[in-house]
Design a protein around this ligand. Structure first.
Ligand SMILES: CC(=O)[C@@H](O)[C@H](O)COP(=O)(O)O
Ligand SMILES: NCC(=O)COP(=O)(O)O
Length: 262
């Protein structure tokens, strides 16, 4: 059995809820509402498998205190996953050393990045030299490492070479193509190829960015072995209309639909 199957393969994709956007609203007043920890708790109660945050250096949404308060909350939810995203050459590693989440997702964003829009260019030896020791440090702390990657099959061997456990496929190009059936088909072939290359190289596969209730099932039907999706922007927007519990249950239904017999 390959390393990916043994260590990472889940029979069904897990849902990690990204709560960045709850913090974004909270930060526009000094009242502490909406509460990030309460949002996370309600999502976990509704069946979310994990919680994701991306504490950006400018603290525009998730702040250092949120990272620690969520870590305390996750202690009360054994078996659920805490995933912290960020650039390990900026502020991410301090959080990883303090909190030791289940998973660190390395994202090559600049300090002032509007939102994540590209993966690691691991065909560049200088990039690999920066990333590799930080991957090793996380793994020595017992923290699984996932690398945010464009859907480029040729880069997956490099992700394995630097020691990552998983890759997270950057799904915005797929999401942007979803409304056009022909382009969507092309995108799904590309993502399927990237996921297969990752699995062949012994890596687990995560996915995220702009996934939503319209595009999630199609993605998971077409792309093999996706262990986890992290979803924030659309899910929190849906929760404004439906509430956290109904929203999480509906995203879980979208995942179930992908795994139901055709
Ligand atoms: C890596 C990734 O795709 C997410 O972290 C996404 O960038 C969310 O970040 P924002 O909520 O700051 O847009
Ligand atoms: N890793 C992707 C993530 O956490 C959420 O991205 P989005 O759903 O907010 O685009």
């Amino acid at each position: 059995m390959c390393r990916a199957c043994r260590e990472h393969h889940h029979p069904q994709t897990q849902l990690s809820v990204n709560v960045n956007k709850v913090a974004l609203v909270r930060n526009t007043r000094h009242l502490g509402i909406p509460s990030v920890t309460r949002a996370a708790e309600l999502c976990l109660q509704a069946g979310a498998h994990g919680i994701t945050v991306h504490p950006r250096p400018d603290e525009r949404h998730i702040r250092a205190a949120d990272v620690h308060e969520l870590a305390a909350l996750m202690q009360r939810w054994p078996g659920r996953e805490y995933n912290i995203e960020g650039n390990p050459t900026q502020n991410l590693m301090a959080f990883i050393r303090d909190v030791r989440p289940n998973q660190a997702t390395f994202v090559p964003d600049s300090e002032d990045q509007f939102t994540s829009d590209h993966g690691w260019q691991l065909d560049d030896a200088a990039v690999r030299a920066r990333v590799k020791p930080l991957v090793a440090e996380c793994r020595s702390l017992g923290v699984r490492v996932s690398l945010f990657m464009d859907p480029a099959p040729a880069l997956m061997a490099w992700a394995a070479e630097v020691g990552a456990d998983r890759v997270e496929l950057y799904t915005e190009p797929y999401a942007a193509a979803h409304a056009d059936p022909a382009v969507r088909r092309q995108q799904l072939i590309a993502y399927g190829g990237a996921a297969q290359a990752a699995l062949t190289n012994g890596l687990g596969v995560n996915a995220g960015h702009d996934l939503n209730r319209d595009n999630l099932t199609d993605f998971l039907r077409a792309v093999p072995g996706v262990a986890e999706v992290s979803i924030g922007h659309a899910l929190i927007a849906d929760a404004l209309e439906l509430g956290y519990a109904a929203t999480v249950r509906d995203y879980l239904r979208c995942i179930d639909a992908a795994f139901a017999a055709a």
